[in-house]
Design a protein around this ligand. Structure first.
Ligand SMILES: [Zn+2]
Length: 419
């Protein structure tokens, strides 16, 4: 098949849009969002919907021990490794209809487009639904993909419990997704994931597609301020050890650390617990979380050094004790240059406007990148809103993304020949 013929192969805009509408009923919230926690009944229903659609077009279905669900369309070379596409169907408790779900439905649409046009690829094309990407019900996030990448054993993850004490293994069994198939990364030649951007850049810049080059690194620090509580009406100002005043100095310092890394640096205090939190008691204790994000580890080191310097300064000037503990150190994930180039070519072939960009959020692809060539594609989402019930996309964005995913799959199938 010539490249020209491939370029004219189209996805069906109405078909993918209809599938996004149909699957959004499972776990729908009154406000138009989604409450579809991992391995819940509605997660099972959403999976059943995708599995039935894949079976209808002749795909074979496998389910592994973590419930990761694989739907494979055969290629014409029996020895070729599969091209893997995928994302997740679970949501936050008050999440949106597209985070993760769009990637699965775009993958399904690629399989459907190949089927309805009777296009034979040399490689099998396999669609994966990863279990528990969000981590909202069971920790950690990106669990199914991490299991697939070999970071955990099935036993240690299946015994994780939710806040009700229910084990993940029991929840998966209840919805019929406690599988026994063994699916290994060595079966696959590469992984592609398409996802909503979860940020405002593409819409602001009037672009169709984000060609994701990397997922930025992130560090979390828990900081505890211990001063002295006391009566606000009687205790003199000069000798107070007010933990909140000391903490507020750090909040400002963290903002400054972010501003000193223009464009790419992100520095946030998004969690603050004040004790005793009463209008007429001097705050004796404050706990806060500092989060830094940046694509370069060296810059995260600089930001961390500045954080420690700011804390030393606050200790000296405030009579408040300050303790800091690092809670998370997640390194930057760089996607595969050859694959990024194929995505770029697919954007050009579909006459869309794209640009290379970073992902600010973590995705299943971060786990897959450890075990096979991996790339990600973004579509815009309205006002950059996600993890919220008013998360939204347009049919045009949905169509463009699926088209780029299809072209990327086809170009990759040609490029990698029969290896
Ligand atoms: Zn997601």
């Amino acid at each position: 098949m010539t490249d020209k013929k491939l370029d004219s192969l189209n996805i069906d805009s109405d078909r993918i849009w209809k599938s996004l509408t149909e699957i959004s009923v499972f776990g729908a919230t009154p406000a138009g969002g989604l409450n579809r926690l991992a391995a819940s009944e509605s997660d099972g229903q959403a999976r059943d919907y995708v599995v039935a659609a894949a079976k209808e077009i002749g795909c074979t279905v496998r389910i592994d021990a973590l419930g990761n669900t694989f739907m494979r369309r055969a290629g014409n070379d029996a020895t070729a490794k599969a091209i893997l596409v995928g994302s997740h169907l679970d949501s936050q408790p008050f999440g949106g209809k597209y985070d993760g779900i769009y990637g699965v439905m775009a993958g399904l649409e690629v399989l459907r487009a190949l089927h309805s046009s009777n296009t034979q690829t040399s490689h099998p094309i396999e669609l994966a639904v990863w279990t528990n990407e969000e981590g909202a019900r069971f920790a950690p996030a990106m669990m199914g993909a991490a299991y697939f990448a070999g970071k955990f054993s099935a036993a240690e993850l299946l015994s994780r419990v939710d806040t009700e004490g229910e084990k993940l293994g029991d929840s998966l069994a209840a919805i019929g997704y406690a599988g026994t198939d063994v699916v290994k990364p060595t079966e696959h030649v590469a992984y592609l994931e398409i996802h909503i951007e979860q940020g405002p850049i593409l819409q602001d810049e009037n672009l169709d597609i984000g060609i994701v080059t990397a997922v930025q690194g992130m560090r979390w620090f828990r900081v505890n301020f211990t001063g002295q509580s006391g009566h606000t009406g009687t205790y003199p100002m000069e000798i107070r050890r007010d933990a909140l005043v000391a903490a507020s100095a750090l909040v400002k310092a963290v903002q400054q650390i972010g501003l000193e890394e223009p464009n790419l640096g992100r520095a946030t205090v998004g969690h603050l617990v004040v004790s005793p939190n009463s209008p007429n008691v001097i705050p004796g204790h404050v706990e806060l979380m500092v989060e830094f994000r940046h694509p370069e580890g060296e810059v995260l080191d600089v930001m961390t050094t500045k954080l420690h310097a700011a804390i030393s300064e606050i200790k000296k000037s405030s009579l408040v004790e300050v303790e800091i503990k690092q809670e998370l150190d997640s390194a930057t994930i760089n996607f595969t240059p050859d694959l990024i180039e194929i995505v770029r070519q697919a954007v050009t072939a579909t006459n869309l406007k794209g640009k290379q960009m970073l992902s600010g959020a973590g995705h299943d692809a971060c786990q897959l990148a450890a075990v096979m060539p991996t790339a990600m594609i973004f579509i815009p989402c309205d006002k950059g809103i996600s993890h919220a019930e008013d998360e939204d996309i347009t049919q045009v964005w949905s169509t463009n993304g699926a088209q780029v995913l299809l072209q990327t799959v086809l170009k990759l199938d040609l490029k990698t020949g029969t290896t």
